[in-house]
Write a protein of this length. Structure first.
Length: 373
């Protein structure tokens, strides 16, 4: 028997919105309980209890349906934070009309509690607009009381409540928006730091951490949707000889030039990075072995024909490449190990060539080791 989940996790961000909505709904249901207590104490008219209960339950059902169906994704704010807050404020403020004057003070903290749900989502401008909506709604409540309940309403007290609500709402709007801005700045800085942590200082391409992250991502996508990808491990041939002949500064320049040349014909969906030392990795998304071999052959040929004039115009650098295609059920360590073995096989068979782990191999044109004149 199929089980229907209230919070499906097919789309992570949508699942997060639904979880937040569940928390907000629990808070809304607590307001229903509170209104029931007011009714039991004789402070809320029966129609007020019916109105508040119907309004809150209707909001919960409508917004859950929008989130569950994905209709919210068509909106500028898929979380519908502002719309939910306005709806909740409208229900609570209109219910206040049915609350006895001496107990109406409880409306203010409930309205401010609603504001809390916007602090981490909305900026200062949006929060200020909501504060003004809140103030206008309570002003409309006072007007309705003046028309229908003037003899039993203490308007001095109502205007005092209105003033306090206006002051605190605007303060919440300003502070809440500031908190949101700080969170966004912190998130942006965190993203910048994480990006720096995933970049190789010398070449500027992704480092080992970045490559591992992308391998995990490709593996997850392959397991989920049945796509394929290939991993190519590559090592610069006789790179130690370059360092010994020209020095480490020249070796660094060769590494920089190599990364530029290697990325010339790559697609935006491929991921290239420095795995360590003179060893690099290329992750080719949505690619089978034959396509990976073609890409690797272009890369190998580009490197062999590249000029390293900043080091020595006569320097010819080559690269040995090993390729493996991801197999369903294996770990990223396993597919990487297979590509690594193919790369060492390429080096053992003469360098400046490509080996495919699945048994096929390709000898590169020329097949000569790098020479240093």
């Amino acid at each position: 028997m199929a089980v229907v989940s209230l919070v499906p996790d097919e789309i992570p961000r949508q699942a997060l919105r639904l979880r937040r909505f569940v928390l907000a709904s629990l808070a809304a249901l607590s307001v229903v309980v509170f209104m029931a207590l007011l009714y039991a104490g004789g402070f809320l008219a029966p129609v007020g209890l019916v109105w508040s209960t119907t309004g809150i339950l209707t909001c919960i059902v409508v917004f859950y349906a929008a989130l569950r169906s994905g209709l919210n994704l068509r909106l500028k704010d898929p979380s519908m934070t502002g719309i939910q807050m306005i709806s909740a404020m409208a229900v609570v403020t209109s219910t206040a009309f049915f609350i006895r004057s001496e107990a109406r003070d409880i409306v203010t903290p409930i309205l401010l509690m609603i504001f809390y749900f916007g602090i981490y989502r909305l900026d200062t401008r949006a929060m200020t607009r909501l504060a003004l909506v809140n103030i206008i709604m309570y002003g409309a409540l006072i007007a309705a009381l003046y028309v229908y309940q003037r003899p039993i309403t203490d308007f001095r007290l109502e205007f005092l409540r209105w003033g306090v609500l206006a002051l605190v709402s605007l303060w919440f709007g300003t502070v809440g928006g500031h908190v949101t801005q700080l969170r966004r700045e912190l998130a942006a800085r965190r993203s910048s730091i994480e990006a720096l942590l995933e970049r190789d200082d010398l070449t500027g391409v992704g480092n080992r951490r970045f490559l591992t992250h992308m391998l995990e991502q490709e593996k997850s996508r392959a397991n989920r949707s049945g796509t394929v990808f290939c991993v190519a491990m590559m090592d610069l041939d006789f790179f130690k000889k370059v360092n010994d002949t020209y020095g480490h500064a020249a070796g660094d320049q060769v590494l920089k030039n190599f990364t530029q040349v290697a990325q010339q014909d790559l697609r935006k969906i491929d991921y290239f990075g420095r795995y360590g030392g003179e060893e690099f990795m290329l992750i080719m998304s949505d690619t089978r072995l034959e396509g990976a071999r073609s890409t690797a052959e272009r890369l190998r040929a580009n490197v062999e024909s590249a000029h390293f004039d900043a080091v020595d115009p006569k320097l010819v650098q080559t690269v040995s490449i090993g390729i493996a295609e991801f197999r369903a059920g294996e770990s990223i360590e396993q597919v990487q190990l297979r590509a690594d073995r193919a790369m060492y096989k390429a080096k053992a068979r003469g360098r400046n060539r490509i080996e495919i782990e699945a048994g096929g191999s390709r000898i590169a044109a020329g097949g000569m080791p790098p020479r240093v004149a």
